[in-house]
Design a protein around this ligand. Structure first.
Ligand SMILES: Nc1ncnc2c1ncn2[C@@H]1O[C@H](COP(=O)(O)OP(=O)(O)OP(=O)(O)O)[C@@H](O)[C@H]1O
Ligand SMILES: [Mg+2]
Length: 312
């Protein structure tokens, strides 16, 4: 399965791939993916989007809702759209041919989006072959996290009174593993970014404790922080219409309450424009090429077989 992904990863002229990932379900991957993608498009950029969560298909349903909201060319012209693709899971992950076929479809989808400024990929909240492939392909990985110990558990094991970190979780190990495999083959490692989502409007003791641990962890696991997003009802209200908090002109009376949410999304988009642009990726690639890691040449460049999920 490796050649499919390698051929894409080592292409010099491809756009940055931004993956939303977290094995913990419901952390806000799709909400952030939708708002980031629409925000980049609203900034005048060509954006490709890929939905790998075939079961829920949240991003794809958002796209359908948006098209239904603006069915005529004239109405659609008021909105921004992305070029969207959806890949479903293979009928069996045990069938190598079926898996290979899906990985080939994924790379074909990415190649069809090769002229975009950014590709944003939404993944399911569970470990499967497409989610793992997405993590290999992630030039930037954004992990949304709610500020609770339950969500923190997706990254790291913490002891009962939250005073000691006892080790990384299976998900953190997966990210570090995939990042190393990328580096072994001369691609830049994953730039791992955490976004705290659904931040409580009144700071709680749990939130403060979680942030203390996250800050300690950022050095150990090598991630950085994106500007946070607060818990806001408006993020839940617009999905059925296929709108985002950025579509101010369409929101009617809700526009009045969307202002703060819009500012948060704009801060996220700005941070990604600075950190994850094509130019930044080109610099990271040049660095990876000029400082090749001395990996084990007998080891395949990317191998999911080496990743042992039974360790969880
Ligand atoms: N900042 C926010 N404020 C309020 N509600 C939010 C916010 N972010 C996400 N939500 C809500 O939380 C729920 C889960 O969000 P979402 O579907 O984006 O998570 P997910 O990580 O994609 O989930 P899954 O793992 O199932 O794919 C949804 O109902 C969404 O509307
Ligand atoms: Mg989702």
């Amino acid at each position: 399965m490796e050649p499919y992904l390698n051929s894409w990863l080592l292409r010099d002229d491809r756009p940055p791939v931004i993956v939303l990932g977290n094995e913990k379900g419901g952390s806000g991957k799709s909400t952030v993916a939708i708002h980031l993608a629409m925000g980049l498009a609203a900034a005048g950029l060509r954006v490709g989007t890929v939905d790998l969560d075939g079961r829920q298909g949240t991003f794809s349903r958002f796209v359908e809702n948006r098209k239904r909201y603006a069915p005529t060319d004239q109405e659609a012209a008021r909105l921004v759209f992305t070029e969207h693709r959806q890949i479903s899971l293979p009928h069996s992950e045990m069938d190598p041919e079926a898996v290979d076929e899906k990985l080939a479809q994924l790379v074909t989808a990415l190649e069809s989006l090769g002229d975009r400024h950014f590709i944003v990929v939404d993944t399911p909240g569970s470990d499967n072959v497409l989610a793992r492939a997405a993590h290999v392909l992630a030039d930037t990985l954004i992990t949304p996290l709610n500020s609770s110990f339950l969500d923190l558990d997706a990254l790291v094991r913490v002891d009962n009174d939250a005073s000691q970190i006892s080790g990384p979780s299976a998900y953190s190990e997966l990210v570090l593993f995939m990042s190393e495999r990328r580096a072994d083959m001369g691609a830049p490692p994953i730039d791992w970014l955490i976004i705290t989502n659904r931040l409580p409007n009144v700071p709680t003791r749990v939130h403060r404790s979680v942030m203390v641990i996250l800050r300690k962890l950022s050095e150990r696991l090598g991630f950085h922080f994106l500007p946070s997003i607060h818990e806001r009802v408006i993020f839940r209200e617009l999905f059925l219409k296929g709108l985002t908090v950025l579509d101010s002109a369409e929101l009617g009376p809700a526009a009045a309450t969307a202002g703060s949410a819009r500012e948060e999304v704009e801060a996220l988009v700005d941070a990604i424009l600075v950190r994850s642009s094509w130019k930044e990726l080109a610099a990271r690639r040049a660095e990876a090429k000029s400082n090749p890691r001395r990996g084990d040449p007998s080891k395949p460049a990317i191998s999911f077989e080496n990743w042992d999920p039974s360790r969880r």
